[in-house]
Design a protein around this ligand. Structure first.
Ligand SMILES: [Zn+2]
Length: 128
């Protein structure tokens, strides 16, 4: 995922400087300055998006175990309270935020095959 240094570290930091972008590895600190914003945007599509998103988790087609794990990952919640929410069959707001963190949360939900909705709708990542 991180192609400019040797680390197998998916976490990078990006900083816009004029017309170029400085990309740094959060593990080794190596950085590159690039103007190839197409490549950067492809790997880091949240860049330049200051929108604050809400993520709503759907619990209609999800296993109880996965649901509880996700809830505990996103919120400070006990298993028994997560179970109550699961039984409620209601859509729950599990996250509010933006940028790379928002993107990572969505990627995680996609990996878990969890259905969710973002508000507003995000044009570079959505529930799969
Ligand atoms: Zn590195």
């Amino acid at each position: 995922m991180n192609t400019f240094c040797g680390c197998n570290n998916p976490d990078i930091e990006t900083k816009e400087e004029g017309m170029s972008v400085v990309v740094s590895c959060t593990n080794c600190g190596q950085s590159v300055v690039t103007t190839n914003t197409d490549m950067i945007l492809e790997q880091n599509p949240w860049l330049g998006d200051d929108t604050e998103y809400e993520i709503y988790l759907d619990n209609n087609e999800i296993e109880k175990k996965v649901y509880i794990e996700i809830m505990k990952n996103f919120m400070v919640i006990t298993s028994s309270n997560a179970l109550k929410l699961y039984k409620n069959k209601q859509r729950v707001l599990i996250y509010t935020g933006k940028g790379q963190e928002f993107y990572k949360k969505c990627k995680y939900l996609n990996k878990e095959n969890a259905k969710y909705e973002t508000k507003p709708e995000c044009n570079y990542i959505k529930s799969t």
